[in-house]
Ligand binder design. Structure first.
Ligand code: ADP
Ligand code: F6P
Length: 314
């Protein structure tokens, strides 16, 4: 198995689950370091029960991760397949985001028995309700926003908080709703900055002395939004970029449970000879689904939560 792309809390719990379930079933379990880059380099090692001990509660990934432009070249891709064949790998588990899963799908199309586990704080894989790491990242962002709210209230300030998510506003919406943010800017929904200023001035008229504005990085920088808001509203405004803090840290119980179930199911799928599938969440349950369909089934953006956040913040 390998982890690839941006790391996500819960990846270690998934690695543990794949290893322990695989060993339980009598398989030989091999870890690949640094994602597709390590695969091309032949950086494989045996995983025994002890190798994944003391990992369930740790953030990051003990297999390390990387982005591999070389894997996107024909030569790099063929080299990756050759390494898997040289090591007699019967099945590959890829834990990562949409790019990593696209790679997994291509390997499957080239004859490698591959199963995916979606792991990304962006939660941007349309076929699954939830990806590993999302719940933890939301909790991290909410905790940070609660702290910011304390100082925002004391100083009667407006805060613009930039969150990760690349081009997906899922993290912004979930964290913004849970933290009670007044406005949430996401790539999926056009929202004019003038409207944010109008909301701020309506808030002022009602006696509201502080505000939290959440900006998904895919919309633009928090600093650009902060500059605009400060000028148009005249309010004392500060900007906080949460950044990679959102990617690290102890995985939540929910992410650990998800990881444990996903890892075990990935092994079961390989044993059943089912490749080209990933383990996703549908109606709250962990189920197998085709990688190709999961990646192409439209957006899983929660417009309902976005609208609710706007109503509750008024
Ligand atoms: P994530 O998996 O978190 O979305 P990336 O999009 O950076 O992260 O993808 C991680 C790696 O997966 C890339 O560095 C590349 O090696 C591989 N990858 C990404 N997109 C593709 C693709 N379309 N085809 C094959 N491999 C890909
Ligand atoms: O895909 C996960 C993610 O954290 C995105 O939210 C963010 O845009 C990107 O990775 C950051 O990547 P890097 O760690 O390379 O700066």
């Amino acid at each position: 198995m390998l982890t690839s792309g941006g790391d996500a809390p819960g990846m270690n719990a998934a690695i543990r689950a794949v290893a322990r379930k695989g060993l339980h079933e009598g398989c030989e379990v091999v870890g690949i370091r640094r994602g597709y880059a390590g695969l091309i380099a032949g950086d494989l090692f045996n995983l025994d029960r002890g190798a994944v001990a003391d990992a369930i509660h740790r953030g990051g990934t003990l297999l390390r991760t990387a982005r591999s432009p070389e894997f996107m070249t024909e030569a790099g891709f063929q080299r990756a397949i050759a390494v898997l064949r040289e090591h007699d790998v019967d099945g590959l588990v890829v834990i990562g985001g949409d790019g990593s899963l696209q790679g997994a799908e291509k390997l499957y199309d080239s004859g490698i028995m591959t199963v995916g586990i979606p792991g990304t704080i962006d939660n941007d894989i349309p076929g699954t309700e939830e990806c590993l790491g999302f719940d933890t990242a939301v909790n991290t962002a909410v905790e940070a926003m609660d702290r910011i709210r304390d100082t925002a209230t004391s100083h009667e300030r407006t805060f613009v908080i930039e969150v990760m998510g690349r081009n997906s506003g899922q993290l912004a919406v979930a964290a913004g709703l849970a933290a009670g943010a007044e406005s949430i800017l996401v790539p999926e929904v056009p929202l004019a900055l003038e409207e944010i200023c109008a909301r701020l001035s309506r808030g002022q008229q009602r006696g509201k002395l502080y505000s939290l504005i959440v900006v998904c990085e895919g919309v633009g920088t928090g600093f650009a939004v902060g500059d605009y808001v400060a000028k148009c509203s005249g309010l004392d405004t500060r900007v906080t970029v949460l950044g990679h803090v959102q990617r690290g840290g102890t995985p939540s119980a929910r992410d650990r449970m998800l990881a444990s179930q996903m890892g075990a199911m990935a092994v079961e799928l390989l044993q059943a000879g089912r490749g080209g599938v990933m383990v996703g969440v549908k109606l709250g349950r962990v189920v197998p689904m085709s990688i190709a369909e999961a990646l192409s089934s439209g957006s899983n953006f929660r417009h309902d939560l976005y609208k609710l956040a706007a109503i509750l913040a008024q």
